[in-house]
Design a protein around this ligand. Structure first.
Ligand SMILES: *Cc1c(COP(=O)(O)O)cnc(C)c1O
Length: 396
């Protein structure tokens, strides 16, 4: 009998009861806008910022409307101007080059390695093209952050980290998002904490924090923040920083705070599942496991493997055969963008030079979400199905 998987790859766990209660309290008092507080009240949004700053060890934190908004805000706060170039990963998701384009700047793509991280040699050769790197930790893979920071610091290139997939991850024990000058996170449903939409931005730089706060739409109410610099810093920037409205509201923050307290536990659960799938895939002929560096603490909320140098037809066949058995694989290498996946050369608003070495890797990246609604048995079954189908096509 052929085994079939019947679970749903896009089904999250429900919002925890504690978060639902907190959301109901906000709905009952009606003060959803973050600056609408009664005397002495601390807004859920301000508390979320304070708690996330403490959790990451950052001095300052700002909650905003989305991860993409956090990225664009980081670029604006740093002072990137229309027409400027910004280095970024060729292997990332559309909102990353989109954030760069949203302020009229131009992405310059840097290649990807078989570890699915930014190609540091390619980066070194392009450091003279920009003062800013928007580093996307795509699918939760951290590059050698020691070397990256060393070469960027030496070249005077500011690093903004896109931590949409690395909330809770770490490099040599330091939280992801703390190596660069700014770290940006997403609280969108498919990431590590879920408020539907939402974003967080952290930094230790007081001026960047003040600018980001005013940019997000604080008006002159920034003193209601608990993880922002003092008013003297705002005095320096408040007349010259535009309001590009993109605040988070108290309802989302209320939903997120209990999830944030639970994050470490959820990471353990994601990683149990990840390890189970990885174990099941290891040794499959034709399939390359993406090995994780020892210095990296990852969050296995999705898993990738490579079908290197496979023809598009054979990859399509693997996907078809897996899909027929209920296993949804995503292919980042497809020539046409579909669903959430796309390649750097499908963002045609960017003039991009070809990256042949990266094209070889991109065309072999298979991706799968690992929702926490899957049991460990589910994970073992999924791995068996992939193993059988990859093997069958490989040997045909
Ligand atoms: C989701 C995502 C973003 C953007 O986050 P949103 O909250 O959806 O705007 C940025 N980068 C990557 C890699 C993502 O996956």
């Amino acid at each position: 009998m052929t085994e079939k998987f019947t679970g749903n790859f896009t089904q999250q766990e429900p919002i925890p009861d504690e978060a639902i209660e907190a959301a109901l309290a906000v709905l009952r008092h009606g003060r959803l806008h973050r600056y609408n507080v009664s005397p002495g009240e601390l807004a859920e949004t301000a508390l979320l910022e304070q708690e996330f700053a403490a959790q990451t060890g950052a001095k300052y934190c700002l909650a905003v409307s989305s991860g993409g908004y956090a990225l664009a805000t980081a670029l604006r706060a740093i002072g990137v101007q229309p027409g400027d170039t910004v280095l970024t990963n060729a292997f990332t998701l559309a909102p990353v080059p989109g954030a760069i384009a949203s302020i009229g700047a131009k992405p310059v793509f840097v290649g990807v390695t078989e570890a699915l991280t930014i190609d540091l040699d390619d980066l070194e050769s392009k450091l003279d093209q920009s003062d800013v790197l928007m580093l996307s930790h795509m699918r939760g893979h951290l590059c050698d952050m020691d070397r990256l920071m060393q070469i960027c610091d030496a070249a005077g290139v500011a690093v903004i980290e896109d931590c949409a997939h690395t909330m809770g991850a770490a490099w040599r024990g330091q939280k992801s998002g703390r190596q660069g000058v700014i770290g940006c996170y997403s609280c969108q449903t498919y990431k590590h904490i879920n408020s539907g939409e939402g974003g967080l931005l952290i930094t230790d730089d007081e001026e960047l924090a003040a600018k980001a706060t005013v940019l997000s739409g604080s008006y002159m109410l920034y003193e209601r923040h608990l993880a922002a610099p003092g008013p003297e810093v705002f005095e320096r920037i408040k007349y010259t920083t535009p309001n590009v409205s993109g605040r988070m509201d108290n309802l989302r923050a209320a939903i997120l705070r209990p999830q944030l307290r639970n994050l470490e536990q959820q990471i353990d659960r994601w990683n149990e599942r990840y390890v189970e799938i990885e174990k099941g895939l290891r040794g499959t002929p034709g399939l390359t496991i993406v090995e994780r560096p020892e210095a990296e603490t990852y969050v296995g909320s999705s898993i990738q493997f490579l079908l290197l140098d496979w023809s598009p037809e054979r990859i399509a066949l693997v996907m078809q055969r897996c899909a027929a058995r209920g296993v949804d694989l995503k292919w980042f290498g497809g020539a046409e963008p579909t669903g959430f996946t796309s390649r750097y050369d499908s963002w045609r608003y960017v003039e991009s030079a070809p990256l042949p070495a990266s094209d070889r890797i991109l065309s072999g990246i298979m991706d799968m979400r690992v929702p926490l609604t899957f049991s460990l048995d589910d994970c073992r079954l999924i791995a068996r199905i992939i193993r059988t189908e990859v093997g069958a096509v490989f040997q045909s």
